[in-house]
Each structure stands twice: as structure tokens, then as C-alpha cells.
Design a protein around this ligand. Structure first.
Ligand SMILES: Nc1ncnc2c1ncn2[C@@H]1O[C@H](COP(=O)(O)OP(=O)(O)OP(=O)(O)O)[C@@H](O)[C@H]1O
Ligand SMILES: [Mg+2]
Length: 185
């Protein structure tokens, strides 16, 4: 297994600034300007900086939700810049963005069951009864009662409950990551 789980070198993402009637490019926003860092297995890295300094753009560019202008991104020994759209989609089962505000990233019209189960369903990891069992066990792990699991999340008015639900949603991905490493080791 490679030493670094994620290795980012000299990442650049510039956005064009357009102006005038013809919307010509009149400059660049240098959102990410030569960023390099590495994260090894089981390590946490905090990216801190003032609003607009490029934190979200770094995340979106690593996942190639935005195409970088330059740079190298190695994830678990794979060069992400060489992957096609479909391969990137598969790989995003193992890498995801976690948004700062759990309440804003949860769809209030979706049921608790579908919020937690959707990542597993969409990625073809589980369905039917297996999916239900996994959702229930995730709710248990994060400490959410199963009584409201078929109701929508709009009733979760406290930030704590939203945060627990967000944890359950995220854990469904993390289980996939755990499985992957078990297979590899
Ligand atoms: N799609 C885009 N098109 C043009 N400019 C963009 C785009 N996305 C981000 N930017 C610009 O890139 C810069 C970095 O934005 P980004 O959202 O990455 O900052 P941030 O560090 O995440 O800020 P915050 O702490 O407010 O979330 C900002 O100047 C922003 O206006
Ligand atoms: Mg941001």
C-alpha cells in the first residue's frame, strides 16, 4: 500500500473573469495557485483560511468536479488526472466532500431512511432488505432513534439531530472505504 492516501502536487485552478458586452476574459481569479499537500492513511488534515481563499475549490478540484488547470492528484496510488468520467464516478465512492453546515446539506423533503441509504443505493452497494438493515444499523451507531426513520428530515429542528443524521449519511461511505482496505490488506 502506498504511503500517502492522497498526494496533491502543484494544483492550480483559475477562473476567468469576464467583462464587456462580448464577455471577453479580462483577467483570472487565482482560486488555487500551486497547492501541494499529502495525507497518509488515518491522518486528518485541516485546511484553514479566510473566506474566498480557495478551500472549497481545492476540494472540488481534487474530486474533479472542477477540472484543474494543472497539477497532480494521486489517490491511493492512482493518478486521478488520467481517469475518465466513469472511473472518477466509481472512485467518488471512496472520496467525498463534507459540507460545513449539516442542515444545509440535508434535503428536508427526503426521509431519514433515504438520506442515509441513498449513497449505498446510488453506488450499487446495497438495496432492498440489506439496505434497510444497513440504514438501521448506521442510525444506531450515530445514536439516532429509529422511530422517525420513515419521516422526512424537516422535523429535525435541532442542530445536534441534523449533525447526527449527517454523520449517518457520511458513515455509509466510510463503510465502503473500510471494506476496500480490508480487501487490499
Ligand atoms: N465557479 C466559479 N467561478 C468563478 N469564480 C469562482 C468559482 N468558484 C469559486 N470562485 C472564486 O474562487 C475563489 C475561491 O472560492 P472558494 O469558494 O474556493 O473559497 P473558500 O475558501 O471555500 O471560501 P469560504 O470559506 O467562504 O467557503 C473566490 O474568489 C471565489 O469567488
Ligand atoms: Mg468554502
Amino acid at each position: 500500500m502506498p504511503q500517502n492516501l492522497l498526494d496533491v502536487k502543484q494544483l492550480f485552478k483559475y477562473f476567468p473573469i469576464r467583462g464587456g458586452i462580448l464577455r471577453r476574459r479580462i483577467g483570472w481569479v487565482r482560486a488555487v495557485d500551486g497547492v501541494s499537500f499529502a495525507i497518509s492513511n488515518a491522518e486528518t488534515l485541516g485546511l484553514v483560511g479566510e473566506s474566498g481563499c480557495g478551500k472549497t475549490t481545492v476540494g472540488r478540484t481534487i474530486l474533479r468536479l472542477l477540472e484543474p488547470n494543472a497539477g497532480s492528484i494521486m489517490f491511493d496510488g492512482t493518478d486521478l488526472m488520467k481517469l475518465g468520467r466513469e472511473q472518477m464516478r466509481t472512485l467518488r465512492r471512496n472520496m467525498q466532500m463534507i459540507f460545513q453546515d449539516p442542515q444545509s446539506s440535508l434535503n428536508p423533503r427526503m426521509t431519514v431512511k433515504s438520506i442515509v441509504g441513498e449513497p449505498l443505493l446510488v453506488n450499487g452497494i446495497a438495496r432492498g432488505q440489506d439496505l434497510e438493515q444497513r440504514v438501521l444499523s448506521l442510525l444506531k451507531i450515530v445514536g439516532l432513534s429509529r422511530t422517525r426513520w420513515e419521516k422526512n428530515s424537516a422535523g429535525f429542528t435541532s442542530r445536534r439531530q441534523s449533525s447526527l443524521l449527517d454523520n449517518a449519511h457520511r458513515c455509509s461511505f466510510e463503510i465502503q472505504v473500510d471494506l476496500r482496505f480490508e480487501v487490499q490488506s
